[in-house]
Design a protein. Sequence first.
Lengths: 244, 638
Amino acid sequence: MKILVCITNVPDTTAKISFTDSDTKFNKAGVTYICGPYDDYALSRAVELKEQSGGTVTVLNVGEADSEQVIRKCLAIGADDAIRVNCEPTDSYFVAQQIAAIASQENYDLILMGRESIDFNGGVVHGLVGEMLGIPSLSPVMKLDIDGKTARITREIEGGKEDIEATLPLVLGCQEPIAEWKIPNMRGIMTARTKPLKVVEPTGDDLTVTRKFELPAPKGAVKMIAADEVEKLVDLLKNEAKVL
Amino acid sequence: MLCLHNIFFISYIYVKLVCKQNNIQLLSAKLIISNHNSTMILTDNKASIKGGEFLIKDIDASQIFIPEEFSEEQKMIAQTCLDFVRTEVHPRLDEIDYAKDTSLMVSLMDKAGELGLLGTSIPEEYGGFGMNFNTSMLVAEACGQGHSFSVALSAHTGIGTLPILYYGNDAQKSKYLPKLATGEWKAAYCLTEPDSGSDANSGKTKAELTADGKHYIINGQKMWITNGGFADIYIVFAKIENDKNLTAFIVEKDFGGITMNEEERKMGIKGSSTRQIFFNDCKVPVENLLFTREGGFKIAVNILNIGRIKLASAVVGASKGVISQTVNYANERKQFGVSINNFGAIKHKLAEMIVRTYASESACYRAGQNIDDAIEDLLASGVEASQAKLKGVEQFAIECAIMKVHGSEVLDYVVDEGVQVYGGMGFSAEAPMDRAYRDARINRIFEGTNEINRLLSVGTIVKRAMKGELNLMPAAMAVGKEIMSIPDFNTEEEDGIFIAEKKVIKNMKKAILMIAGASLQKFMAKFEQEQEIIINLADMLIETYVAESTILRVEKLITTRGEEACSLQKDAALIYLHNAVEKLNNAGKSAITSFAEGDELRVMLMGLKRFSKIEPFNLKDARRRITQAAIEKNAYVF
Ligand SMILES: Cc1cc2nc3c(=O)[nH]c(=O)nc-3n(C[C@H](O)[C@H](O)[C@H](O)COP(=O)(O)OP(=O)(O)OC[C@H]3O[C@@H](n4cnc5c(N)ncnc54)[C@H](O)[C@@H]3O)c2cc1C
């Protein structure tokens, strides 16, 4: 089985968010980057499937050279090789285009990725890639088993779960608990440097430009109202917070 | 044993000060080397810096390694360790500490083994990963936040495994190392006995050869044995018949004749197994004698050198963890209507915690790389791998001792202030500072107490000077001359980074040389008994080494990243240097007044004053800048 895992290089969840260039660019200074946590789960499941029934796992990242640290970590976790499409991942459509372009050259049985990235949280790339390739896409997938050409999938839906059977090839947006989160082991880390990492140039055009980023207003101070002053509380909620 | 035995008989530094009333004059400053007419200076044809040489040599920033230079791969290794500790250990800290048996700790060690964390120092041919020394220190740091687990891990990978790795023969290495690398077998190190702690060579455990010459029968009692409760292999030190020195043995649990007391009830690291172990006619095959008969003490000393510097990096890791927790608490806790991080008193503490940790880290990896370089040189000159590693570390025994003391005392400072920032919650077992505080304390005791390590650092310097391995004499003489001359008011502007600060460091070294020279002259062979002065000197040495390492680290960083990007690091280096000068001055005064009188006293105090001069700097503002950055990051800042 050939699996492609698409990963994002995103700011650590605790990173301090700020912007430069008149609020049009994210300020990368001092920010630690990680592999998108949902992508991590997708990769972990891919590696587990490979361990169970053989095959290959290729990691794909649409991103600039500074993504390579995260890509190497994916190789250390157990991917066999990696491709980086050398460009800034500006928007979902552009990224999906790159993934589709790579995927259309190879016959991947599975294209896995996180349900969403944790920087812009678009959550649509899997759907777009599926459409571009003309194959089904499903998300968010929390359980995945493969039996020959059949995938058994459990998907989270509003207020419950849905069990699905589908035929490969498929594009899946993944989330926990699809696999056990993996820490790269020493052997993996030592072999990662010898695994191939191919850099290719992007195709197609950017369709969007960011004009301005804005942070949400900082959380105001909390006002404590004594338990016996309910009226005061209601008044504040009505007239100050304007939520009633 | 570990102290200044027999060192001072060979020769002594003789710096004679003759003072005439107020017109003090240096009449002679010369060195007499008795019983030792060979050349003092070993020819040094290698580029590498030698251990202890920092005291007499100006070292260029480009010559030192800084943690920012760790490769992507090394950082990934460290991240694996951190991730393991955060996901497997941190959620179970209570469970580990109050476990009824050792099964949880054993399973964590097994998991660490699966990830390869136990095999970093073991060569690939024995199932490990053959990483260099500095990487193994980085691994120790990254695992250093693991409380009791860290102790179990470092006892296994360090004192448990290394004696076989470095002193084992091929058969021993092939038999034991692969299993130790994966964690299939776990190891403990049995040196200490009830009546033999710091005086380790005085152990009473005996080994007797059987009549057929095939076995040694070991009898005796060991104490404080980390991992004792679950180890499969014990490195046991015992004396064969009436030998003067210890011999080491590899003892498998299944050899029989091994019993143990219940787990010790301890102040901290409660989840680390610590046992008294009894050897009653324990039958050990002769082929399990490690290294040579009576070679055990050498093993103990050399393995402890490695353990010490690795402990130093482990406590840096622990400090960083505690600092992040404390910053987070200071950000969240509100009093008088604001976060307590608004209060200068709290800002001061946070900054000092950060600065000292940063400084310790700087010196740790500088020394680690020096060790790697020395090993490389030895390998290149044809020395066998294990020998090269041992000799490389031994070369830096002074730095290992210095860093052990510094790191463990920084951690204790950090946890103490951590408790304070947490206030009442710091005293509560519900919050993390309680465990951090208790667990930190052991680091000043094991791997050689900090007293022993202080004595050792100065003792080794003196010993090397006497042997001519460290060319201290000319430097000491020059200082003797300098304190009798008019101070150098040369204020010529030089170009470069930290010019003034490097001058300060040079002077700090001079202060050490001045006091060491004079006190040695005064006490000669009895110097060894002047532990108070030796400890003063050790404190001066420690502060100088660490301050220099921090300044050089930041200098190197500035040359690559530019001054603007390193403003916080610069603040840290300057704060550390100012603190260090003050400590040096205090220790120096205490030493001088302990032995000098009259004019000599006055001259030396004046000299000390001259050598601890530093341009005033607004430390408060610098501390506030560092704290502000930490508050914003909500974590340790560097
Ligand atoms: C939790 C724990 C785990 C340990 N794990 C191990 C282990 O795995 N294997 C092992 O072999 N040992 C282990 N030890 C033992 C440890 O190394 C010793 O406790 C330590 O070396 C000190 O020895 P001691 O306890 O006998 O103290 P002592 O030697 O009795 O020291 C008492 C005090 O006297 C001071 N002192 C002693 N001699 C001198 C001197 N010459 N000059 C100045 N001051 C001096 C010391 O600094 C100390 O302050 C462990 C200890 C503990 C508490």
